[in-house]
Write a protein that binds this ligand. Sequence first.
Ligand code: GLP
Length: 260
Amino acid sequence: MEIIITPDPASASKEAARFLAALLRKKPHAVLGLATGGTPLPLYRELIRMHRQEGLDFSRCTTFNLDEYVGLGAEHPASYRRFMQEHLFASLNIPPDHIRIPDGLAADIPAHCAAYEQAIVEAGGIDAQILGIGGDGHIGFNEPTSSLGSRTRLKTLTVRTREDNARFFASPGEVPHHVITMGIGTILDARSLVLLAFGAAKAEAVAAMVEGPITAMVPASALQMHPVVKVLLDEPAASKLKRRGYYRDVFAHKPEWQRW
Ligand code: GLP
C-alpha cells in the first residue's frame, strides 16, 4: 500500500484526480470504479473542473459504481444513482449507456448481481477503483464479516452504517436495511485502487486497514493483498498510524518516474 498523507482533503482529492486524469489520457476507454458518500465529493469537483478547464475527456470511458440501496429507484433523493447524477455525471460527458450502477429495484437480485459481475468482465475489468471507508472499516457496503472473496451480492447493513448514512435521508427509519454491493473479491480484481479517507472519525478504521491484520472484521484490510493501492489521507485520518513518519519519508523520496 502506498500511504500518502496530505495537508487537507482538497490536496488529497487533487492527487487522486491527477491519477485518474493520467489514466484517462493514457487509456481514454478506461473503466473507472466509482464510490459515493461525502468523501469523494472534492475529487468529483476536481474532475469536473479538469473536464471544463483542461478538456479532460470522459466520452470513451465506462463507469461502474460500487453499490446501491435496495428499494430505492433512480429518482429517490437518497439513491446512489441520483447522488452520482447530481455530483458527477450531470457535469461530465460520459455517455449514459457507459454508466453502470447496481439497480436497487431489480426484481431478481441474484441474477442482477451476476449480470453486474459479467458486465465488468465484458468491459475489460476495472482499471481504477475509487473507494471511501466506513467508520467500521467497510468498503463499498461490505460490512465486517464479509467474505474477503465475495462478489456482487445482497448485503444487510449494520446498525452503525444505517446511523452513519441517516444524514442523507429524511428520517433515520428510511435508511434501507439491504443493499447491493460489489464484493471484496470484485474490488480486489480492479487493476488499481485509490482509497480516500478524511477526518478523525476515520482514523481508527484507517489504522486497522493499513497496520492491522487482514481480517473479515475489517473488510478494508483485504486491500493489503492488492499490489497497487494508493491510500490518500488528511492529517486527522492518518493520526492513528504508527508508521506515519515512514510513509511521509517514502512519499518525499519517491523517484520521479514513479510519480503521476
Ligand atoms: C457508504 C458507502 C461507502 C463509503 C462510506 C463512507 O457506506 N457505501 O462506499 O465509503 O459510506 O461514507 P463517507 O464518505 O460519507 O464517510
